[in-house]
Design a binder for this molecule. Structure first.
Ligand code: PMP
Ligand code: GLN
Length: 378
């Protein structure tokens, strides 16, 4: 047979994770917390299972969960998504992203992807016969040149993928960025896939600019979100997609045959848990403390960095330490220093040879203390 994805290898998160375990390294590579979720949330899932919610959920998701998601978006971003027609619960944001791309990208369609890019976009486009068109952000601070963006648009452009807060750079889109995007797309029929899995992890009192805050953009957009990131339960693989009904109808045509529906008791639990807005609104402060602890510890190190504006990732530039490539340095850090991180070239910036590693600070203070000690001694 001919591979549909000849360039694709096992993901960096799988290979680095294994290397970290094999060498007994402290793992700040893949993005997941090494502390547990709120016991109340866990007992709500148990409660749902003990009360018989163990059969298929509705295909679109448990209605009570869709209802509370709709209220949450409306209260945060003043945009109404109808729970019946415009919200679907998915197996994490990954399935939402894959489903939106599969439902809309035809062979030969172009999809604009901003580099560095999270690793699941490109293969999802290619397996559907689409063509990723990459837009490189600036080397110094990962900013988008919107004129450059405009030049990437052709009559074949079907979709644009954005990700704010951005993995791996920690950059967030400003209101001006969103307005630029909105005005560039104004007279086109281009769709937007907005990956907002870190929507509740934004620092220094900045505002998360969801596409749903901009009515013209929201009319052409899929918002993809993840409960895994927000409630410290990445292993549950729970997320959702919100989009206007004319887009959601097509999305569901794929969703119903890819997974049909999502783990039912967890949806019941989340519907209950989300009623308390503090459960997600306090996340910014929670993670800002961790970012600040990590970065304060590195003040006298040889690393250069700009504080992450959002996500639970921090990029560190190691060009004052070694000339090794990011893969070589990340591998040596695991084997010799017992500390795992992700080389930034895994996010499709390999043509630039950036001397940058990504560290996940969603970790207990003791883990961050240990990481700081290792990194400061380099
Ligand atoms: N998008 C980005 C930018 C991510 O970092 C991740 C990793 N969690 C995902 C999507 C996938 O989210 P989920 O685990 O909910 O599928
Ligand atoms: N989003 C996580 C990260 O960037 C990884 C999730 C995965 O392994 N696919 O680290």
């Amino acid at each position: 047979f001919t591979s549909k994805l000849p360039k694709v290898k096992t993901t960096i998160f799988t290979t680095i994770g294994k290397l970290a375990r094999d060498h007994g390294a402290l793992d700040l590579s893949q993005g997941f917390p090494n502390f547990d979720a709120d016991p109340k949330l866990i007992s709500l899932v148990n409660h749902a299972m003990e009360n018989g919610y163990n059969q298929y959920a509705p295909m679109q998701g448990y209605y009570g969960l869709r209802e509370i998601i709709s209220k949450k978006i409306e209260s945060l971003h003043a945009q109404y998504y109808h729970p019946e027609r415009e919200i679907t619960v998915t197996v994490g944001a990954t399935q939402a992203i894959y489903t939106a791309i599969t439902a809309f990208v035809h062979p030969g369609d172009e999809v604009i992807v901003i580099k560095p890019a999270y690793d699941c976009y490109e293969p999802a486009i290619e397996v559907n016969g689409g063509i990723p068109v990459f837009l490189q952000t600036s080397a110094d601070d990962y900013k988008i040149d919107w004129e450059d963006f405009q030049r990437k648009i052709t009559n074949k452009t079907r979709m644009v993928i954005i990700n704010t807060p951005h993995n791996p750079s920690g950059k967030i889109f400003t209101k001006e960025d969103m307005l630029q995007l909105q005005s560039i797309l104004e007279s086109t029929d281009i769709l937007v896939l907005s990956d907002e899995v870190y929507e509740h992890i934004v620092f220094d009192s900045k505002q998360h600019e969801s596409v749903s805050r901009f009515t013209d953009l929201a009319q052409r957009s899929f918002v993809c979100a993840s409960f895994g990131k927000t409630f410290h339960v990445t292993g549950w693989k729970m997320g959702y997609c919100a989009a206007p009904a004319y887009l959601m109808d097509e999305f569901r045509k794929v969703h119903q045959f890819a997974v049909f529906c999502v783990h039912h008791p967890t949806q019941r639990a989340l519907a209950h848990y989300l009623k308390n807005a503090e459960s997600y609104l306090e996340l910014n402060d929670f993670y800002q403390k961790k970012r600040d602890y990590f970065l304060n510890g590195l003040t006298n190190s040889k690393f250069n960095f700009k504080p992450s504006e959002g996500t639970y990732f921090q990029l560190l530039d190691y060009s004052k330490i070694t000339k090794e490539s990011d893969e070589e340095f990340a591998t040596r850090l695991i084997k010799e220093e017992k500390l795992a991180s992700i080389p930034i070239s895994s996010f499709n910036v390999n043509d630039r040879d950036d001397k940058v590693l990504r560290f996940c600070f969603a970790k207990k203070e003791a883990s961050l203390e240990k990481a700081v000690a290792i990194l400061s001694a380099l």
